[in-house]
Design a protein around this ligand. Structure first.
Ligand code: F6P
Length: 363
């Protein structure tokens, strides 16, 4: 039997378990491959003794409806830029990829399926370059990976955000308030844009369109002047004013990406400082957008990605990322997929349609 290792890395996302189940089921049909899972990305397989689990149809049964990942995950300990404490207390950044690949080969692994976002796919490419046959599966609620129409998890995050938005509308109307709802997405405004259209927001602020505070104030005032007396705003965590910068917290040890969050409060303060005479409340949805069961659409994408990823292994098509491109399930070189991000196009159809419905982007 050949040995396949499956890993889930980076932030979790609804649909990861469905991918794992898809891979395992298809591999069982092949009759030629054993599937193993490494706990917490590649950390598990590198530990001594390794923390890995043999995946089969019994221990993956029914997991496609469960959020999170049965393998656990981490966005620390990136093997490409691993922080290693030195004897003198200093920290040295080292590339552990050659060590990881040599270790996997020693343990008898013939191939790897790496399920993760942009950072994880950078690791996939480096492993592939170092001689490990790897197939990538794109995941992230942010939908910011290029070369795929959608990443799984995104639609679930939008549904969660829209359900929350709907609840905020009725309380905003009752109290004549300005409700600011912050959603995730890093530097991409997809979750905010979809939620604003689905929920019917008055204002949608996204990183791709830095906002003019005075225009946001004017828009809110006009809603009050029209006697409607309440405003619902969706703001993406990476949004910022034209003259401002993103709202982020201090980095954590071992973490590469800056941690965003809190822009709802920044905007609230900006509106008060600009003299807006309205009662403002802020809601930060945070990790609720990543939790719980994936909606049917994401279960389907994730399951098909799992099956397709294993079929790429069978065909020996390594260094590829499974994608949904122009509504077709296919694959592209990982190198191509990670060479560019997928951002909202301010001139694109969705933003123009939103503007056509009167949603202001503060520009
Ligand atoms: O990339 C997914 C994401 O949920 C982003 O939308 C968010 O900025 C980030 O991860 C949060 O990361 P963490 O789980 O480390 O707080």
């Amino acid at each position: 039997m050949k040995k396949l290792l499956v890993s889930t890395g980076g932030g979790d996302c609804p649909g990861l378990n469905a991918v794992i189940r898809g891979i395992t089921k298809r591999a069982a049909q092949s009759g030629e491959w054993e599937v193993w899972g490494s706990f917490e990305a590649f950390n598990g397989v590198m530990e001594n003794p390794p923390r890995i689990i043999k995946l089969d149809e019994q221990n993956t049964a029914g997991i496609h409806v469960i959020g999170g990942t049965m393998l656990g995950t981490t966005n620390k300990g990136n093997p490409l830029r691993f922080s290693e404490k030195q004897a003198d207390g200093s920290v040295k950044i080292i590339n552990k990829i050659p060590e990881l690949v040599a270790d996997l080969k020693r343990k008898g692994f013939d191939a790897v399926i790496n399920i993760g976002g942009d950072g994880s796919q950078e690791i996939s490419q480096a492993m592939h370059d170092a001689g490990m046959p790897v197939v990538g599966v794109p995941k992230t609620i942010d939908n910011d990976l290029s070369s795929t129409d959608f990443t799984f998890g995104f639609q679930t995050a939008v549904q969660i955000a829209t359900d929350s938005f709907d609840r905020l509308v009725t309380t905003a109307a009752s109290h004549h308030r300005v409700m600011i709802m912050e959603v995730m997405g890093r530097n991409a405004g997809w979750i905010a844009l979809y939620t604003a259209i689905a929920g019917g927001a008055e204002i949608c602020l996204i990183p791709e369109v830095p906002y003019d505070l005075q225009k946001v104030v004017k828009r809110i005032e006009s809603r009050y002047a029209n006697g409607r007396g309440f405003v619902n705003i969706v703001i993406a965590e990476g949004a910022h004013a034209k003259e401002g910068s993103v709202t982020s917290s201090k980095g954590e040890e071992g973490r590469i990406a800056v941690r965003l969050g809190g822009v709802a409060y920044t905007l609230s303060e900006q509106l008060k400082a600009a003299g807006l005479d309205a009662d403002i409340r802020e809601t930060v949805l945070g990790h609720t957008q990543r939790g719980g069961t994936p909606i049917a659409f994401d279960r389907v994408i994730a399951s098909v990605f799992g099956v397709k990823a294993f079929e790429l292994v069978l065909e020996g098509k390594f260094g590829e990322l499974v994608v949904l491109l122009n509504n077709e399930y296919t694959s592209v070189p990982i190198k191509k997929a990670i060479s560019a991000y997928n951002y909202v196009d301010p001139k694109g159809t969705l933003v123009q349609a939103a503007k056509g419905m009167g949603i202001s982007f503060g520009d």
